[in-house]
Write a protein that binds this ligand. Structure first.
Ligand SMILES: C[S@@+](CC[C@H](N)C(=O)[O-])C[C@H]1O[C@@H](n2cnc3c(N)ncnc32)[C@H](O)[C@@H]1O
Length: 274
């Protein structure tokens, strides 16, 4: 069973390197979310699930000397890496905080902005958190999230695979496996697609949504390979894929043509005001 202190995709330095690679895929959507939130130099930003701090770096770059980022994460290993990598840029402006974001504590009080990238889908029943945040945050607090979507794009890929591109099958297998993993851990893999509606129903105001997809270039495929490496034992123990099936999928991924492949996952960017 998942406990909220475990990050299901690993907490090692290798996991941190994978998240740094992912930061490159997420560069344009990340900057777009920060634009939408119109960060001010003295803002107190609470970042949910900051991990090793790649998005935190982008936030800190937008703040002045009087601003601060409270980086909240349940993984002490990833927080340590964030502390080390942001020491120079952040100084006392980066405040690492070990906590479960599903249970907002005093660390959230006084936030001007609450932000999270690729974290809500790791929270069981993320909608509870979104409702409780609106109850706890001051009116006028800006909130913004980037959440992955591992489902919508599969219809396009399945159509291509069925009509002209059978070699795309390993993209479907990978996407199914990650959905199966998140379902087994009882977290919220589909929260991104319904996030804007969820915030509207919870009566946040000024809800805005944008959709970003990025083609499956070599770095996306490398990221997928690294995810297989990180979760290999978990997949086997949960019966999602056997070790032999993972080896075969990794071989098929390596054999994919070098040209640009269709996107296999994308990001929902959602911002709103309490
Ligand atoms: C996919 S990573 C994203 C990290 C970072 N936001 C980024 O975009 O690079 C998800 C992060 O959320 C953290 N996390 C997952 N569930 C959490 C929870 N319930 N409370 C606090 N942190 C959590 C994990 O430890 C991990 O650092």
């Amino acid at each position: 069973m998942s406990t909220t202190s475990e990050y299901v995709l690993g907490q090692s330095e290798r996991a941190a390197r994978r998240l740094a690679l992912q930061d490159l895929h997420f560069a344009a959507p990340s900057e777009a979310l920060l634009d939408a939130l119109a960060l001010r130099p003295a803002d107190r930003v609470v970042e949910l699930g900051c991990g090793p701090g790649a998005f935190t770096r982008r936030i800190l770059n937008r703040l002045g000397a009087g601003g601060a980022v409270v980086g909240v994460d349940s993984s002490s290993g990833l927080l340590e890496q964030a502390k080390a990598s942001l020491a120079q840029l952040g100084g006392s402006r980066f405040q690492p905080t070990l906590a479960d974001v599903a249970k907002p504590g005093p660390w959230i009080d006084g936030a001007d902005v609450v932000i999270g990238r690729a974290v809500l889908h790791h929270v069981p029943m993320a909608e509870f958190l979104l409702g409780r945040l609106r109850a706890r945050l001051r009116p006028g607090t800006r909130v913004g999230f980037l959440e992955p979507d591992f489902r919508s794009l599969l219809a396009r890929i399945a159509h291509l695979e069925a009509t002209s591109r059978p070699e795309l099958a390993p993209l479907l297998v990978w996407a199914k496996s990650i959905n199966d993993l998140y379902s087994a851990w009882r977290i919220s893999p589909c929260v991104g697609a319904t996030l804007a509606q969820t915030l509207e129903i919870a009566e946040y105001s000024n809800v805005r949504h944008a959709w970003h997809e990025f083609p499956s270039d070599a770095t996306v495929i490398e990221n997928i390979q690294m995810i297989y490496d990180e979760v290999r034992d978990t997949y086997v123990s949960l019966g999602i894929l056997s070790a032999g099936e993972i080896d075969e999928q990794q071989r098929l991924l390596r054999a994919l043509p070098d040209d640009v492949l269709p996107a296999v996952w994308g990001l929902h960017q959602v911002s709103a005001v309490v």
